[in-house]
Design a protein around this ligand. Structure first.
Ligand SMILES: CC(C)(COP(=O)(O)OP(=O)(O)OC[C@H]1O[C@@H](n2cnc3c(N)ncnc32)[C@H](O)[C@@H]1OP(=O)(O)O)[C@@H](O)C(=O)NCCC(=O)NCCS
Length: 169
């Protein structure tokens, strides 16, 4: 993608679900069962927003999409971590490979942080696999250092790496 356009954030709608899953799959880092979970989480997030009784009602998942040149190229999903005091989890972040390196991932993280103004901690669980190395660097340079590793968590040789950022509070 040879564009210099700035990413534009927008809410996601039911009609976006197919494209969101397509771009998530296209990243090539998620296994089929992870894509199935992304599908479930996305459906739950969309349904929760539709059935919310007010805009201030707290939802299990929050989602945002990002466009470059009017094309949906990325999405992010986060939610409150149960049984914590104002700790939040970044559950999903994916940018279409054709649009990576143009600031979309950064814009999505910033969009989430803006929505979480006043929150305390954001944690991200990611993989220690070699193909996630650019992802881990991305989180590190956006202020989310890796603070813990659980060896062989996802599978033998596939560690859990936990990244954390302290927000304003
Ligand atoms: C990680 C990811 C969300 C970053 O999105 P992005 O839109 O490429 O990120 P930006 O353009 O805002 O920032 C680029 C930065 O990320 C790094 N980066 C990571 N993957 C990259 C890629 N494939 N192409 C270019 N830059 C990449 C660059 O080093 C750059 O860092 P710098 O600005 O400090 O030099 C995206 O690469 C992606 O979807 N990866 C696969 C899915 C994934 O790993 N999701 C997270 C699961 S926990």
């Amino acid at each position: 993608m040879t564009t210099l356009a700035r990413p534009a954030l927008r809410p996601l709608a039911v009609a976006d679900a197919g494209r969101v899953l397509e771009l998530t799959r296209a990243t090539g880092v998620f296994r089929d069962e992870e894509i199935a979970v992304a599908d479930e989480v996305l459906a739950a997030a969309l349904a929760a927003r539709v059935s919310a009784s007010s805009i201030t009602e707290e939802l299990p998942y929050y989602i945002l999409g990002a466009e470059l040149d009017h094309q949906l190229v990325g999405w992010i999903c986060w939610g409150r971590t149960p049984c914590t005091q104002d700790t939040w989890d970044l559950y999903w972040l994916a940018v279409d490979p054709a649009a990576q390196g143009h600031g979309v991932g950064t814009a999505l993280i910033e969009g989430m942080e803006q929505e979480l103004a006043g929150a305390r901690l954001v944690t991200i669980n990611t993989s220690g696999r070699d193909d996630y190395e650019p992802t881990r660097r991305f989180y590190q340079s956006r202020g989310y250092p890796a603070v813990a590793v659980v060896a062989d968590y996802y599978a033998p040789g596939d560690d859990l790496v936990i990244h954390v950022k302290r927000l304003g509070r």
